[in-house]
Design a protein around this ligand. Structure first.
Ligand code: ADP
Length: 399
């Protein structure tokens, strides 16, 4: 009998899209990846990339069950071969694990029930994650399914860091506390930052700036998260594409009194109409940066506010860490936008940061963007959430 190929299919199912990647965990190689967009619409689009070629197809995809069928068809049509025998696990990204899940788990009915119970903490995310899990179990019943939680990496935060000073009943009966998110990204990038600064993970203090559509900062001490900018939900902290980050908690009461705003409208406005979208009318940082460079006042304010917020969180996390060996920029904006990185670095003199302008402007892949004279090293490190989910899934099923 030949040993099974150590392939893991990683599934990141959202409410209206499903991203997947097939990863060889022996080599960390991504063998194929894909995206099914607009699930729930008769005019969905499926993209499947293999060997550098992207195959796009218009499909009907009314639910996550059809999405799994489209995924299977794409592998059959364009390769590589994916069968129950070729997979050691299917790894699912699950956004909220609450206080229940501090590590990845093999999914069974109890795990599904527990993730379902956590829906009130992540109403926009957990239902899509669950739909992906349920359909993958139907499509590949004999393959172990693993849930990897965005919150799990932050389970190491101390009660002092994770406690909100609110009434006891809220904390004890409703799980009201800071959980933190983007855990797989913060785990992967902080480990790479330790390696790149030639420090053992156990000795490296790193601040990771995950700046994508969603954005969060994390203080990683010796490989564990000790504080992060996101909170009960992925709404808190940095300014994001459509989410505001830090707010005064009295805002919902105030808007209800002065504008008659319902909680439903308030939640929607904070999830979809705030952040860059609220400040400029565009949630896409590329467009905002173009406006900034053209001198448009709204875009200038937005970029200055984004930078200010990042600097303020870095300062707070640096104080919590006590010593910072490295700062790492990652995700769509962090990896690609040299102007934003430079604006942030220029404001971090308190950490002895000295930018290397040329290195920053030409950074591609993993790159050191601080000068030799910089007291704190600053890196660009592409994140690899799918690779991390695949590795964590493979480790769990091998144990
Ligand atoms: P998410 O995974 O949270 O949806 P991403 O990590 O893909 O988000 O980041 C999306 C953000 O990254 C968008 O604001 C987009 O404008 C920005 N971005 C992506 N590519 C570039 C680029 N080449 N230059 C500048 N910004 C970019």
């Amino acid at each position: 009998m030949t040993a099974p190929t150590p392939h893991v299919l990683v599934i990141n199912a959202g409410s209206s899209s499903l991203k997947y990647q097939l990863i060889d965990t022996a080599t960390d190689e991504s063998l194929a990846s894909g995206l099914i967009e607009r699930i729930g619409s008769p005019e969905s689009v499926a993209h499947h990339t293999v060997d550098g070629t992207k195959h796009d197809k218009e499909v009907e995809c009314l639910d996550h069950g059809q999405a799994l069928q489209i995924l299977s068809n794409a592998f059959q049509e364009h390769g590589p071969v994916v069968t129950a025998e070729s997979l050691i696990a299917i790894g699912h990204r699950v956004v909220h694990g609450g206080a229940t899940f501090a590590t990845p788990v093999v999914i069974d009915d109890d795990v599904i029930a527990a993730i379902t119970d956590l829906i009130p903490l992540a109403p926009l995310h957990n239902p899509g994650n669950l739909a992906g899990i349920e359909q993958a179990r139907i499509a590949f019943p004999s393959v172990p399914q693993v849930a990897v939680f965005d919150t799990a990496f932050h389970a190491t935060m101390s009660p002092a860091a994770s406690t909100y000073a609110v009434p006891k009943a809220w904390r004890e009966e409703h799980g009201v506390r800071k959980y933190g998110f983007h855990g797989t990204s913060h785990a992967f990038v902080s480990r790479r930052a330790a390696a790149l600064t030639n420090l053992p993970v156990a000795e490296a203090n790193v601040i990771v700036l995950h700046l994508g559509n969603g954005a969060s900062a994390c203080a990683v001490e010796g490989g564990t998260s000790i504080d992060t900018s996101m909170g009960l939900t992925p709404m808190d902290g940095l300014i994001m594409g459509t989410r505001p980050g830090d707010l005064d908690p009295s805002l919902p009461g105030h808007l209800s009194r002065v504008a008659g705003l319902s909680l439903e409208d308030y939640d929607k406005a904070l999830a979809k109409e705030s952040g860059l979208q609220g400040l400029t009318g565009s949630a896409d940082f590329r467009e905002v940066m173009t406006g900034y460079q053209a001198g448009e006042p709204e875009a200038q304010l937005a970029v200055e506010a984004v930078v200010h917020r990042i600097v303020r969180h870095v300062g707070a996390l640096a104080a919590v860490l006590g010593r910072v060996d490295a700062i790492a920029f990652t995700a769509g904006i962090g990896e690609n936008n040299a102007v934003l990185r430079e604006l942030v670095m220029l404001r971090l003199g308190i950490l002895g940061v000295v930018a290397d302008e040329a290195a920053n402007n030409s950074a591609e892949g993993e790159a050191l963007i601080s000068a030799d004279s910089s007291h704190t090293q600053v890196w660009v490190i592409p994140t690899n959430e799918e690779g991390e989910i695949a590795q964590q899934s493979a480790t769990l099923v091998a144990s």
